[in-house]
Design a protein around this ligand. Structure first.
Ligand SMILES: COc1cc(C(=O)O)cc(C(=O)O)c1
Ligand SMILES: [Mn+2]
Length: 340
């Protein structure tokens, strides 16, 4: 029996839920407003999200989450403040609620040290205060890494304003999990119909765009030891990496893209790891392992958005060597998220 550590497990606290409810009733034009309104303001729900039981699943640790983990043999959940985290709030509220959420997360881990680990939040729109929170959570709260959800106010991580965050994360060897959120105002256009605005398509486009901007923008030349984790089998990038590499190299040759020390494929292999969250497809997983290397692939459920049992069955029935199974189910997670 393999130790099972699930690494994209969503959670929230009442104060963040309440703030999101207020935002969902406010003037924000963010594409996340649909989903946030559905989940946090159920009596104004126009999306059906309010009927999927997400909110109770997010708020819960001991009623259902832990008993289900016991029932299905999931040893650990790596918790993350669910998308869009604190990023729809003003910088002050975001800074405050990130710290509160990190403290609450640390309390859960202190109570169940062998069952929960956690990714700390921060307010990207306040990079200097974010760097201070990163320092605090990694050295005092001893959390296991960091999480951020896609863009913040339409800005992406190739923007030097975010450098203080990467400096702190690299110096502390803290992995940053870039989790999706709805597409930014300039990206959302044709993505807002047919429920494409979130997990079906736009989430992947939003994160992959951020990833490519970082790689092509030279972020990993400046921060060579920075490690990024993404979910959803690498947000489509593993399947397109040959073409991304070929076209970026050609663009660099003709001066359309800035010169970088390494290629897109090298950055993706050296500075990224990714989880299987929300992609329970054995063929896709086998390709991703063979293409990107087993040391870069980590199992996750994406609870409560994905049910626990099917995700456990998927990985336990996956055809692979014993060494691959240990890497997928706990070995890589223990290394990347410093889990004992
Ligand atoms: C924040 O709201 C979410 C919704 C869904 C969904 O299945 O609709 C998936 C995720 C996720 O992948 O974490 C998040
Ligand atoms: Mn998720």
């Amino acid at each position: 029996k393999c130790r099972l550590i699930a690494c994209e497990e969503a959670w929230t606290i009442p104060e963040v839920a309440e703030e999101l409810r207020l935002v969902s009733r406010g003037p924000s034009q963010s594409s996340d407003k649909l989903l946030v309104g559905g989940i946090y303001d159920a009596d104004h729900d126009t999306t059906g999200y309010g009927k999927m039981g997400f909110l109770s699943g997010l708020m819960d640790v001991e009623e259902r989450r832990l008993p289900e983990m016991n029932q299905y043999g999931v040893d650990m959940h790596l918790l993350t403040l669910t998308a869009p985290g604190v990023q729809m709030f003003d910088a002050d509220t975001a800074t405050e609620l990130a710290a509160l959420s990190n403290d609450r997360m640390a309390e859960i881990i202190a109570k169940y040290p062998t069952r929960f680990a956690g990714l700390a939040s921060f307010a990207p729109h306040s990079p200097k205060r974010a760097a201070k929170e990163i320092d605090r959570v990694m050295t005092e709260l001893k959390l296991n890494g960091l999480v951020v959800n896609g863009h913040t106010n339409g800005e992406y991580f190739d923007d030097p304003k975010f450098w203080p965050i990467f400096e702190a994360a690299e110096a502390l060897d803290a992995t940053i999990y870039i989790h999706p959120r709805g597409p930014s105002d300039t990206l959302k256009g044709p993505l807002m119909d047919y429920a494409m605005d979130s997990a079906m398509w736009a989430y992947g486009v939003e994160v992959a765009t951020n990833m490519l901007r970082m790689m092509a923008g030279g972020v990993f030349d400046r921060f060579p030891k920075l490690r990024i984790c993404v979910g959803h089998m690498g947000e489509m990038v593993p399947f397109f990496i040959w073409r991304i590499n070929f076209m970026n190299s050609r663009a660099q040759k003709v001066g359309r893209a800035p010169k970088t020390q390494r290629s897109m494929e090298e950055y993706f292999k050296d500075n990224f790891v990714f989880t299987t969250s929300g992609v329970e497809d054995p063929l896709t997983l086998r390709y991703a392992i063979d293409r990107m290397g087993i040391e870069n692939v980590i199992w996750a459920i994406d609870y409560p958005y994905q049910p626990m049992k099917p995700a456990v069955d998927f990985i336990e029935n996956f055809a692979c060597t014993e060494a691959e199974m240990h890497a997928l189910c706990h070995g890589n997670a223990e290394r990347v998220f410093r889990i004992a």
